[in-house]
Design a protein around this ligand. Structure first.
Ligand code: HEM
Length: 116
């Protein structure tokens, strides 16, 4: 699975931590996370991604369409955030083809997250 190829839960969590660091350093998308506990956010998104990448534990959290419903996230903002995931994977030394396969999995939630 992609989960195994990336190096399992620890590797996915490390990438997710860098993903949110990149987001928080980008004023075009950082405001969405004002007042959000980023340690919790990192753990939730890492758990979601582990499951989506074929890891052994099912996602036990909320439905992503309901979670993001009232945020007004645009397609361009989503694309920006995907770019921050791509950078996090690349800076962790993940091979380019595996980066793109992982990004493709994250892209599957675009329709649930984008509402504007
Ligand atoms: C929750 C923003 C994309 C997965 C949240 C929350 C915010 C947010 C602010 C916190 C909601 C709350 O606790 O009140 C955004 C923005 C995105 C984006 C601005 C893109 C522009 C994504 C993507 C994924 C994702 C691509 C998955 C790959 C999650 C998960 C939660 C969450 C798993 C927590 C759900 C739960 O509480 O069970 N998002 N998100 N988000 N987001 Fe996103």
């Amino acid at each position: 699975t992609l989960f195994e190829q990336l190096g399992g839960e620890a590797a996915v969590t490390a990438v997710t931590t860098q993903f949110y660091a990149n987001i928080q350093a980008d004023a075009t998308v950082s405001n969405f996370f004002n007042g959000i506990n980023m340690a919790d956010q990192t753990n939730k998104t890492a758990s979601f991604l582990c499951a989506a990448l074929g890891g052994p534990k099912a996602w036990g959290g909320r439905n992503l369409k309901e979670v993001h419903a009232n945020m007004g996230i645009t397609n361009d903002q989503f694309t920006t955030v995907i770019g921050h995931l791509r950078s996090a994977l690349t800076s962790a030394g993940v091979a380019a083809d595996l980066v793109e396969q992982t990004v493709a999995v994250a892209e599957t939630v675009r329709g649930d997250v984008v509402t504007a």
